[in-house]
Design a binder for this molecule. Structure first.
Ligand SMILES: Cc1cc2nc3c(=O)[nH]c(=O)nc-3n(C[C@H](O)[C@H](O)[C@H](O)COP(=O)(O)OP(=O)(O)OC[C@H]3O[C@@H](n4cnc5c(N)ncnc54)[C@H](O)[C@@H]3O)c2cc1C
Length: 453
């Protein structure tokens, strides 16, 4: 475990970040390209450059699962693209073909295949059972996983019951299958003790239809009723439950719920559990202090795992704030968000063993910073977990695993309809001009990619 060491000097830290970043990048395949390029490269490139086209394409992706026929799909494509003043030539040609009834099924089929292809990069199977082969393959390549059951916001109590039942079933199926996997010391132990193979990410908004900012207590109570049995099940199976974080309007309820339930006597010794901290929120340093104070006060064991992310709802938070005339709760300058992410990384690493730390990012600089700082304060590599999203962080995942670091890949499971909100979020994020992956794909030099924010 980390011994208190003198603070690393800034220049040394920067040097180490550049070395680690360059080493990780050297393990990327030479043909490595943007993860979205190979799918529908041109549409995505056009979309990155043209906001109206991007909006139209995303509305189309969103509507795909609801279309009844290929003809229907082609008509939607045509209608959405009509809103774009100057569609690029290949899309304009598709639009013209969609005017011809006989050509519509072919256009619809091509468009549907494109959307499905894109979805399959991010979503590893329709059910946990069908995802097992991918999970096992990852494990054999030195990569742990966390399974996320797609579904998102729940509107009714039966839907919440169904989601809880699916989580329970996933815990059981995964634990049963994963028990026979070969041992992988780097993935299964840190200096605190065992790390669970079976790891399921859970969304509180899917555990209750009552999560509303104006009545948080009702939502919390209702979600707690479904969360407790899942925690018992995870404890019995030796699994880990990770609570995802969603938009700010549910943040307080989720924080209170997780910290309160995990403080209960019956969960004082397990299961292994974790929550998420979003560095794009201006008040995230205070939220982290709250978590650390809770951890010190409860002394819960195993310690809470904190997954540090930047945050996936940036556009949504800005729109909400603008509509209500509120100040923006998120940083509006990317470099400020990145600097805060690094400051929170250091605070978290310094706070071990009160918490376990998982740094979740595809940004080589953010990841190299965490590894470098951990080493410079005398931390062991196994006391820092790195996490990526399936389909976006694949190269980084392989590179981290090849260097003997513990990496966990977040693997969504579900059908295309359930996965659409997730898919649109990933596409939005990665066509954003400020995304690291987008910068990398544009061929920005490693020196610039690894520079301090
Ligand atoms: C394993 C894993 C689990 C995750 N779980 C969650 C979760 O539970 N909840 C959640 O919200 N997100 C989650 N995410 C997504 C995460 O929040 C990021 O959206 C995603 O990882 C992209 O950030 P990055 O560091 O990889 O890339 P980068 O390209 O370095 O950062 C992109 C991020 O920077 C921020 N940003 C973009 N533009 C600006 C701007 N102008 N000003 C300020 N900030 C800006 C946004 O947060 C954006 O997502 C998870 C990610 C991973 C890898």
């Amino acid at each position: 475990m980390t011994n208190p060491q003198p603070r690393p000097n800034g220049d040394e830290l920067e040097r180490s970040i550049r070395e680690i970043g360059a080493d990780l990048a050297s393990a990327f395949p030479s043909s490595a390209r943007h993860p979205l390029r190979s799918l529908d490269a041109r549409a995505m490139d056009f979309a990155s450059a043209d906001q109206e086209l991007k909006a139209a394409l995303f509305r189309f992706v969103d509507v795909t699962p609801a279309c009844r026929s290929l003809d229907d799909l082609a008509r939607h494509l045509r209608e959405f693209l009509r809103e774009v003043p100057e569609a690029p030539p290949p899309l304009a040609a598709a639009m013209r073909m969609a005017d011809v009834k006989a050509a519509r099924p072919a256009i619809g089929a091509a468009a549907a295949a494109g959307v499905r292809h894109m979805a399959h990069r991010f979503i590893i199977g329709e059910t946990p059972a069908s995802a097992l082969a991918v999970l096992r393959d990852l494990w054999q390549h030195g990569v742990a996983s966390s399974v996320d059951l797609l579904g998102e916001a729940t509107m009714t109590q039966p839907e919440a019951d169904r989601y809880a039942a699916r989580c329970d079933e996933a815990l059981r199926e995964l634990a049963a299958a994963e028990a026979s996997w070969p041992s992988r010391d780097v993935l299964e132990r840190d200096s605190i003790g065992p790390i669970r193979r079976t790891n399921v990410s859970v969304k509180i908004s899917a555990l209750t239809p009552l999560l509303r900012p104006d009545a948080p207590e009702r939502g919390r109570r209702d979600a707690a009723e479904r969360l407790r049995p899942l925690l018992h099940q995870a404890d019995a199976l030796g699994a880990h439950i990770h609570i995802d974080m969603e938009s700010l309007d549910s943040r307080e309820a989720v924080f209170d719920l997780v910290l309160d339930v995990l403080s209960e006597e019956e969960f004082a010794r397990g299961p292994s559990a974790g929550m998420v901290l979003q560095a794009y929120l201006r008040d995230s340093p205070e939220q982290l202090e709250r978590i650390l104070a809770w951890a010190a006060q409860t002394g819960r064991s195993p310690p809470l795992t904190v997954r540090l992310v930047k945050g996936a709802y940036w556009d949504h938070e800005l729109v909400q704030a603008t509509q209500h005339g509120w100040p923006a709760p998120v940083f509006e300058v990317k470099a400020e968000c990145d600097r805060n992410f690094e400051a929170l990384t250091r605070r978290l690493l310094d706070a071990r063993p009160r918490v376990r730390v998982a740094v979740a990012s595809h940004n080589l600089r953010s990841v190299a910073h965490a590894i470098a700082y951990n080493r410079m304060i005398g931390g062991e590599d196994r006391d820092l977990e790195l996490q990526v999203l399936r389909g976006l962080g694949d190269q980084l995942q392989d590179s981290l695993a090849s260097r003997g670091l513990r990496v966990r890949t977040y693997c969504p499971v579900g059908d295309l309809v359930a996965g659409m909100a997730y898919l649109v979020r990933r596409l939005l994020e990665n066509t954003s001009n400020e995304s690291f992956l987008h910068e990398q794909a544009r061929g920005t030099s490693l020196d610039v990619l690894l520079a301090a924010p």
